[in-house]
Design a protein around this ligand. Structure first.
Ligand code: C5P
Length: 394
């Protein structure tokens, strides 16, 4: 269970767009982040999703009519931490922008005082309509409403265009952004992730099985907590987290150059990348004839962490030590050798730890000692690491 929305009450307004059928998945995703979800639906939305389905998904009563429970519009508005309109129709956006309160949802919008997030979903002609755009512009600029814009793609009407409701992941991300702790606001953090490729010719390289999951999770978590994040990544198959500055590199040398370039003005460097330790001594332009190769000569790849850790003026540095076996002693030496403030040690031979796994079991080492953590998801490990970083700045 994630905790980004722990103890938060989300009031979800569902309106009559086809995308309403996605509401149960959205409720599930919000609950997985720890939120409790109350649902208010318009009459039109019940053509696309049934109240019973939403009742089962949310585990609570689904509110529909303004007069079903006389003071529901005030009680619900008072209790909620966030109002989320997903999917939001042109009609609801128009009513909200004009102050019309003729059903429970639009009345709640008049009574609610917190952050409102809107995820529009409609045909592209309606989305591009200047009246809709004027209404949206007013809500965003004057009332601080957050829009999670629709995506471009095939629409329910069969046409292609901008109007499909944003992914559930993006909507939940916006909710977390609006409600999560912002203890890293004002901090600039550079995170590296993924493997590097050390080429011997145009098509062959030495690499490792890093998937980048740990670094991407760290980048996402740091951004959620308010930091300005630069993610420098070797080749992975992951989607870059929303809202981070994303730079793709391939080799250790390219990663080094990119880190040095983007480190200026940064408060922390988190080196989660599995940077290659060796690269072929030479890189041939074409493809080497295999009959002519018996041995491969290697040279040391640049040790990015060590280079930055040995500088006089340096940001806070977090390094990783993936060791085969319980080599805590070696990890402790790395703290000193690399000039790091924290080393995150994990034994890649242990179950649920290491390359490609969804989880990790880490020991965080600093000058004062070491703290062992239980097996955690990579998102949770990210929070633990960022807690330590935030504490050291407190
Ligand atoms: O020396 P070792 O590879 O075990 O150190 C791991 C830490 O050093 C990781 O944080 C990794 O990102 C970083 N590293 C580096 N440059 C290398 C190799 C590792 O910055 N060439």
């Amino acid at each position: 269970m994630k905790t980004s929305l722990k103890d938060k009450k989300v009031l979800l307004g569902i309106t009559g767009s086809v995308a309403a059928y996605k509401a149960p998945d959205l409720i599930k995703a919000l609950k997985e982040e720890g939120a409790s979800v109350s649902v208010v639906m318009t009459d039109a939305s019940s053509h696309f999703v049934t109240p019973l389905t939403l009742e089962i998904a949310s585990g609570g009563k689904v509110f529909r009519g303004l007069f079903d429970e006389p003071m529901a519009h005030i009680a619900l508005a008072r209790e909620a931490d966030l109002m989320l309109l997903a999917p939001a129709t042109a009609n609801l956006i128009g009513k909200f922008a004009s102050g019309i309160a003729d059903d429970l949802l639009s009345t709640l919008l008049m009574a609610f005082r917190g952050t409102v997030i809107i995820a529009p979903a409609m045909n592209w002609r309606m989305y591009e309509n200047p009246v809709l755009q004027k209404n949206l512009g007013y809500l965003k600029k004057s009332l601080g409403v957050v829009e999670v814009p629709p995506e471009t793609g095939k629409l329910a009407c069969g046409e292609e265009g901008m109007g499909r409701m944003a992914s559930i992941e993006k909507i939940v991300e916006a909710a977390v952004d609006a409600l999560g702790p912002q203890d890293l606001a004002g901090r600039k953090i550079v995170v590296t992730a993924g493997p590097t490729r050390e080429y011997m010719d145009a098509v062959r390289f030495i690499s490792n099985p890093s998937t980048g999951k740990m670094g991407y999770a760290l980048a996402r978590a740091a951004r959620r907590r308010g930091a300005a994040v630069t993610l420098i990544s070797g080749p992975t198959s992951l989607e870059p987290p929303h809202g981070v500055k994303f730079l793709k590199v391939e080799t250790a040398a390219e990663m080094r150059d990119s880190v040095l370039k983007h480190l200026r003005g940064s408060h922390a460097l988190i080196m989660a990348a599995a940077v290659g330790d060796f690269s072929p001594a030479t890189r041939s332009k074409g493809k080497i004839d295999k009959s002519k190769v018996n041995t491969l000569k290697l040279k040391k790849a640049p040790d990015i962490l060590k280079e930055i850790g040995s500088k006089r003026r340096k940001p806070l540095i977090v390094g990783f030590a993936a060791e085969a076996g319980e080599n805590l002693k070696r990890a402790r030496e790395k703290l000193r050798e690399k000039g790091a403030d924290f080393i995150v040690f994990n034994d890649i031979t242990r179950k649920g730890s290491g390359f490609g796994a969804e989880t990790n079991r880490v020991v965080v080492i600093d000058k004062k000692g070491s703290t062992e953590y239980p097996i955690l998801s990579k998102d949770e490990v990210s929070e633990v690491i960022l807690d330590r970083v935030a504490e050291s700045w407190a």
